[in-house]
Design a binder for this molecule. Structure first.
Ligand code: PEP
Ligand code: MG
Length: 315
């Protein structure tokens, strides 16, 4: 598969009518960058910085971070690279940021909340990112995870600006921020929807718990409605709305997400080829119609089925 991808030039992500939908990679280490480029990633839509430091008992130094971010940005000259500041807590605990025992860590001091409580660590990370940005030619975007209020959005974006970060945004993975997307987006340069957590928090189903796994389905119309809110707010504000949760790797759901207003999709690099091929078979008008069909269902399985039907050439 890798040899074939190297032989044929990979086209940028687009719909049948030519609408560009950049297809980006989710990465957890700069080591994955070469393969992502080979598989046609047009940049990085989610770089999960916490994976670099999972085994650290102390906060990483600015120099350690600068080296890692520089290596990442150097792999994408001239390309968009969205780096997420540390998402510590819940399924990704970091000893230097999460020390207190919490009964419900997914609802606790996680993501931006944990960073804000240890602001020095956030400031050091922004320092390292700004230094790596200055030393390279990638188009660096920086975003915060687990944002749940407009005030947190303003806090993060203004702090990022202090460090000269030109493009600062928020992840939409908590329903509160999706519902207020029209008030959030004027304060941010972009939003990126994390469908894994957005689904977990919308359906109140722990994403790591097998016994409730059937609820963890991003096809659920309640999740799709929230995504529609964010897509509409992005369209109205003229701000990009990306998707970086696993949902973007499901080719038919990718079409639905575009129909709901997503302007770029980020996924595991191995999923890029299938999503690229499927997008090319639908226009934006088709995607909107398919999304409407999914939204009209009551259940996740029915939404998928309705989308399949609406997407079939005989529909
Ligand atoms: C998400 O929640 O969808 C997401 C992309 O972030 P993570 O999976 O790292 O929590
Ligand atoms: Mg998340």
């Amino acid at each position: 598969q890798r040899a074939a991808a190297a032989d044929a030039p990979v086209t940028p992500g687009a719909l049948a009518d030519g609408t560009a939908i950049p297809l980006l990679a989710n990465l957890g280490s700069p080591a994955g960058a070469a393969e992502a480029v080979e598989l046609g990633a047009e940049g990085v839509g989610l770089f999960r910085t916490e994976f670099l430091f999972l085994s650290h008992s102390q906060a990483p130094t600015v120099a350690q971070q600068r080296a890692a971010y520089t290596q990442l940005l150097e792999a994408f000259p001239g390309k968009k690279v969205v780096v997420r500041v540390l998402d510590a807590g819940s399924d990704k605990p970091l000893p230097f940021l999460n020390d207190a025992h919490e009964e419900n860590p997914a609802l606790g001091l996680r993501g931006l909340r944990a960073l804000r409580a240890s602001e020095d660590i956030l400031r050091e990370q922004l320092t390292a990112l700004a230094e790596a940005d200055a030393a390279t030619s990638a188009d660096l975007w920086v975003m915060a995870p687990m944002v749940s209020t407009v005030e947190e959005t303003e806090y993060f974006v203004s702090l990022a600006r202090e460090y000269g970060i030109k493009t600062a945004g928020v992840m939409v993975e908590v329903p509160s921020i999706a519902l207020l997307a029209d008030r959030v987006l004027p304060h941010a340069d972009f939003a990126s929807i994390g469908t894994n957590d957005l689904t977990q928090y919308t359906l109140a189903a722990d994403r790591l718990l097998g016994s409730v796994a059937s609820f963890q389905d991003p096809w659920h119309p309640a999740v799709l409605r929230l995504i529609r809110e964010v897509g509409a707010a992005g369209g109205a504000a003229g701000k990009p709305v990306g998707i970086c949760g696993e949902a973007a790797a499901d080719p038919l759901l990718a079409v639905v997400l575009v129909g709901l207003g997503a302007t770029s999709l980020s996924m595991a690099p191995t999923a890029l080829a299938d999503v690229r091929a499927t997008l090319l078979t639908h226009s934006l008008e088709d995607a909107r119609r398919i999304a409407e069909a999914a939204l009209a269902a009551n259940e996740a399985a029915a939404a998928r089925q309705a989308a399949q039907q609406a997407a079939s050439p005989h529909a």
